[in-house]
Structure formats: C-alpha cells, structure tokens
Design a protein around this ligand. Structure first.
Ligand code: SAH
Length: 236
C-alpha cells in the first residue's frame, strides 16, 4: 500500500514499537493515563456525548477513545499505526466497548464522511504529522454544523522545550526520549488560525499544569502554557 501523504512513517513506527505498552499505566504511555480524566472532563463539560457520533483522530491504543465511549458516545477511532490499532481493538473487547477502529487518515476519511460527526477529537497527534493544518482542516469538514472539535498538543515555546522535552524526556523520564521535536510543536495562535480557515469558531482553551513534586496535573482554564487543549465549534 502507498504511504498516505500526510503521514510521517518514522513517527508511526515509534508508536508501533511500544504498541504493547499503551495500557501499561506505569510504562512509557503512563502520562497519557494520568491526563486522561482531565482531558475527558474538558470535553464532557463542553459537548454532550451521550449517543453522539464521535471520531478520535490519532487514537493510538484507545486510551481516550475508551473514555469517550464510556461516557456514552458512539466512537470511531482512526490511526496509522497497525499494531497499535490491534492493541486498541483487543482492549476495547476486554472492556466490553464497541469502538470502530480503522486504519485510515483523516484526509481520506473526510472524502467519505464529511459533515457526519457531532464531535471530533484529536489529542496529542498534531505534533506528529508533516502538515498539521491539513489535519485540522479535515477535522473541521468531518463535523456537522454546530458540532465540536477538540485538539490538544504542546506549545512551541522555550518553556515547553525546557519542561516537556528536556525535563520530561531527559531528566524526569516521564515521556520516552524522542517523543517530541521542538520544531513540530504548535502555538495556540497557529491552531486558532488553521481552525478559523476551516470554518471553526474558537470556544475555549485550557492548559494542563504539572506539579513534578506531587506528580499531579490540574487544568487551568484560559491559560496557554505547555500542554494545552482547545475547543472549537463549527459554524451553522
Ligand atoms: N490520541 C491518543 C494517542 C496520542 S499519540 C491519546 O492521546 O491517547 C499520537 C498518535 O497519532 C499515535 O498513535 C500515532 O500513530 C498517531 N498518528 C500519527 N500520525 C498520524 C496520521 N497521519 N494519521 C493518523 N494517526 C496518526
């Protein structure tokens, strides 16, 4: 199969190499488990999920997709990492959740299912693709009018470089080395610009602030710090 254009195969292999660790809460993906309840709450506070059609872009092993399904959403998850998707499928079965996992890109999916989702989520994924603006645009087109899009990523600032890359990957070892590259990080104003181009209206932003001593995150609404999440809505 030809490699779809907006996919970085090195990034995909990086995730597939640790595929069996997605659900190990003490392992390399542990940080995603720590932040999962906080990001789930951010979505639930702004979009009703019960019986909603939700698509999770770059779903990985399904940590976030399962939380959305548990909240009552009908969830589709797409990713480009095959082994990772297999782990996601197996885990959903174990959890008794009917999640539809597909090996697809959002750019391809939107040619088939534009305008058919109530909620699109794309968490910690934009910083791993060659062209994040293209992903945001396709996410916008997947939404029904009035639907919600949620993105989370890491800011491209000196502080983020020092804390998320140097601190997180090399000093505290809370993220695997090589997880993030500075020039791939995304500033909130860039995310807002791409979203506006796709016809999305900005709703809110919040940051996950980490206390390394307490090993604890909290959500600070309105803050554009290192690890941030933003909500947008599609114009009617
Ligand atoms: N969203 C999940 C996983 C984040 S890790 C969570 O937050 O828990 C980033 C994921 O994006 C990986 O699983 C990786 O395989 C996937 N990914 C990277 N590029 C992609 C692309 N172009 N299309 C779909 N998935 C992609």
């Amino acid at each position: 199969m030809n490699q779809p254009s907006n996919v970085d195969s090195q990034e995909i292999s990086k995730f597939d190499r640790v595929a069996r660790l997605w659900w190990d809460t003490d392992g390399k993906m542990g940080m995603l488990h720590v932040i999962n309840p906080l990001r789930t709450r951010f979505v639930l506070d702004q979009a009703p999920l019960r019986q909603s059609r939700v698509i999770d872009i770059g779903c990985g092993g399904g940590i976030f997709a399962e939380a959305l399904a548990e909240a009552g959403a009908k969830v589709v998850g797409i990713d480009q990492a095959q082994q990772t998707l297999e782990i996601a499928r197996q885990h959903a079965t174990k959890s008794g959740l009917a999640i539809d996992y597909r090996l697809q890109t959002v750019e391809h999916l939107v040619t088939q299912e534009a305008g058919s989702y109530d909620v699109v989520t794309c968490m910690e994924m934009l910083e791993h693709v060659p062209n994040p603006a293209s992903v945001v645009n396709a996410c916008a087109r997947l939404l029904k009018p009035g639907g919600h899009a949620f993105f989370s990523t890491i800011n491209r600032t000196l502080k983020a470089f020092l804390f998320a890359i140097v601190g997180g990957e090399y000093i505290l070892h809370i993220l695997p080395r090589g997880t993030h590259r500075y020039n791939k990080l995304i500033r909130p104003d860039e995310l807002r610009k791409w979203s506006a181009t796709g016809g999305l209206e900005f709703v809110s932003i919040a940051s996950l602030m980490y206390d390394p001593l307490a090993k604890h995150f909290r959500v600070v609404p309105g803050k554009e710090d290192i690890n941030y999440m933003a909500c947008f809505t599609k114009k009617d």
